[in-house]
Design a protein around this ligand. Structure first.
Ligand code: FES
Length: 80
């Protein structure tokens, strides 16, 4: 389902980035969601928050570390 009509960003794309540890700012920068009319911002932020809390619950149940690499920091490492 398309969440951001202006940038044609789907819920799947937002979910995928959020589950990999991306912040909402990272998602805005990468996908452009909520950067034009911003009508989608509330829905996109809510979806991001749901994914973050789901990832936290999974990590706690699996005993995994809570710190995940951010896509922006990975880009910096790759450039160095
Ligand atoms: S619908 Fe997302 S910026 Fe317009």
């Amino acid at each position: 389902m398309i969440i951001c009509i202006c940038q044609r960003v789907s819920d799947r794309a937002i979910t995928q980035m959020a589950r990999s540890g991306a912040s909402f700012d990272d998602i805005q920068l990468e996908l452009g969601v909520a950067t034009q009319c911003r009508a989608c911002e509330g829905c996109a932020r809510e979806l991001h928050a749901q994914c973050q809390s789901a990832a936290t619950a999974y990590c706690r149940s699996e005993g995994m570390p809570m710190i995940m690499p951010q896509p922006s920091s990975l880009r910096l490492q790759a450039q160095a």
